[in-house]
Ligand binder design. Structure first.
Ligand code: MLC
Ligand code: AMP
Length: 498
């Protein structure tokens, strides 16, 4: 049987015009048949552009349902889809294109110039140009045979050291995780998923849309999260997924009430820690317990609070069907309930490795094949077999701002290269909106009078806006311990409340 993920999706597609796939408020209603036909036309266009199975197709484009059709077209043609955050700038894009060597790049019109200069070997098109090429091509396409181990997508994740790594996700990874979520969260054709997430990361692209595609459900499709718009549309939805910032912004709006949520059977949160106080405040306001789940790019979703049964605030629930989780101490021993250690994962959801980085891949796996997430946790509740996982920290030096990951090293390297900077430390500080906000602590070189504005001017345009420090502090000297190791915890204490 063809293990192509598209073939699995297709088996769940409702036929005809009874059931929409996607509804754009004040815009078109798209049916599953149209999605299938559009993806077939785009698949022909990609083949016409010279793509052969295994080639990468990069997309850095604004949210539109055509982008989902492009993703499906890639699957159908056996191509590897490479979605990119629309905020990425020249330095980031140059690296991704050089590393992944895409055959086709689809980008926003304003990026055409930059992208064409960065990547001379690829065919560079706007989404509109691609759709023009596709328009008159056949509405049928024979989905290419793939094995479960063939690549379906590459998603770049930054690292604590060095360059970003392309996580290689196979058809098996995506299929197994999507099916586990549909089962665990009870998705059916009756569902209307309010989709306000970006579609270039795991949460919006795989978690949300795969639940719809694998159950024949409908999506209410918003270009981005806007609290007032979401509040006005929630009465039409049955499920919403979001990062914690979505929930704190909804709660900050007094027009968000229990009535707003009457038709919603499930609110899901993930990608960043949902504070227990947000969980409690949401329940007090709406009577509903947000279901928190945990995952990462390399593994898809790992654990989830239950659909039926107690959803415990401050925990990320239990392993999903088919996924195994263990907590390991510093000596490699498995931790008992309550003990804190590194979270490791095994299962069909775990990625195939980092693109062209076999060394880095080996480093991230334990000798017996379990993947090290870099998160630190403990079992709470009824012991490892049935307990809930609580995440208590991260071994990796990473900041999560509004559900987006920022690796301090990347920003520190850029700041250190600014004329007049002696050294810098980038830290995450508590932020009521983004959960954590990026802050830079900088030591000037003697005789230099750098200002916060100099720093932001130097960084803007180099890296995505969400990575830019929201606050900049200048100090005389960075705190180090007797071994000379930088003590970021002291910086977080000192600047956390200022
Ligand atoms: C935007 N900005 C951010 C930001 N998002 N700054 C810090 N953190 C963020 N998350 C900046 C922009 O650069 C811009 O800066 C300014 O804020 C306004 O931009 P905007 O686009 O209008 O922002 P807004 O709409 O308010 O976006 C905030 C947000 C959005 C929280 C709604 O970031 C979002 O949708 N986040 C979800 C991310 C996500 O999907 N994560 C899942 C990853 S997958 P300036 O200076 O230019 O004005 C994953 C695995 C898993 O982690 O488990 O799911
Ligand atoms: P990414 O690299 O974008 O895939 O981010 C994955 C990381 O996000 C995980 O390793 C966790 O650190 C974090 N994460 C995801 N979901 C949660 C959650 N529910 N609570 C806390 N952290 C989370």
């Amino acid at each position: 049987m063809n293990a192509n993920l598209y073939s699995l999706f297709e088996r769940h597609f409702p036929r005809g015009t009874e059931q929409p796939f996607l509804v754009v408020p004040n815009g078109p209603v798209v049916h599953y048949d149209e999605l299938a036909a559009t993806s077939a036309r785009i698949a022909h266009a990609l083949v016409g552009a010279g793509c052969v199975p295994g080639d990468r197709v990069a997309a850095q484009v604004d949210k539109h349902w055509h982008v989902l059709a492009l993703y499906l077209a890639c699957l159908r043609a056996g191509l590897v889809y490479l979605p990119l955050n629309t905020g990425y700038q020249r330095a980031e894009l140059g690296y991704f294109f050089g590393d992944a060597q895409p055959r086709v790049i689809v980008c926003n019109a304003e990026h055409l110039g930059v992208v064409a200069v960065l990547e001379r070997d690829a065919t560079v098109l706007t989404l509109a140009e691609l759709m023009d090429r596709a328009r008159d091509l056949p509405a049928q396409f024979t989905t290419v045979d793939r094995t479960a181990d063939d690549l379906a997508a590459i998603l770049y994740t930054s690292g604590t050291t060095g360059r970003s790594k392309g996580a290689m996700l196979t058809h098996r990874n995506l299929a197994s995780n999507g099916l586990a979520l549909v089962e665990s969260w009870g998705f059916t054709r009756g569902d209307m998923l309010l989709h306000a997430l970006p579609i270039y990361h795991v949460h919006g692209l795989f978690v949300a849309t795969h639940c719809a595609l694998l159950s024949g459900a409908r999506m209410l499709w918003l270009p981005k999260f806007d609290a007032a718009e979401v509040i006005s549309l929630l009465p039409r939805a049955t499920v919403m997924m979001g990062v914690p910032t979505f929930y704190t912004r909804l709660l900050a709006d007094s027009s968000f009430t229990a009535d707003t949520c009457q038709s919603v059977r499930l609110f899901v949160s993930g990608s960043a820690p949902l504070l227990a106080e947000t969980f409690d405040a949401f329940r007090a306001r709406t009577g509903q317990a947000i279901l928190e789940r945990y995952g990462m790019t390399e593994t898809g979703m790992i654990t989830s609070n239950p659909l039926d049964g107690a959803r415990v605030g401050g925990t990320v629930g239990m392993p999903l069907p088919g996924v195994e989780v263990r907590i390991v101490d510093d000596h490699g021993g498995t931790c008992d309930a309550g003990a804190i250690g590194g979270v490791q994962v095994r299962g069909p959801n775990v990625f195939a490795g980092y693109w062209r980085m076999p060394e880095k891949t080996r480093e991230e796996f334990a000798a017996d094949g379990w993947f090290r997430t870099g998160d630190i946790g403990q079992w709470v509740g009824e012991g490892p077999a049935h307990g809930y996982l609580r995440l208590v920290g991260r071994a990796k030096d990473m900041i999560i701002s509004g559900g987006l990951n920022v690796y301090p090293t990347e920003i520190e390297e850029l700041i250190d290269a600014i004329d007049g900077v002696a050294e810098s430390a980038v830290i995450g500080l508590p932020d009521p909106d983004f959960g954590e906000a990026v802050a830079a602590v900088i030591v000037r070189k003697v005789g230099h009078a750098l200002t916060e504005r100099d720093i932001s001017t130097a960084l803007r345009g180099e890296i995505a806006g969400f990575k830019l420090p929201k606050r900049v502090f200048f100090i005389e000297e960075l705190p180090r311990n007797s071994m000379g190791k930088l003590q970021k915890s002291l910086l977080r204490e000192r600047f956390g409340s200022s």
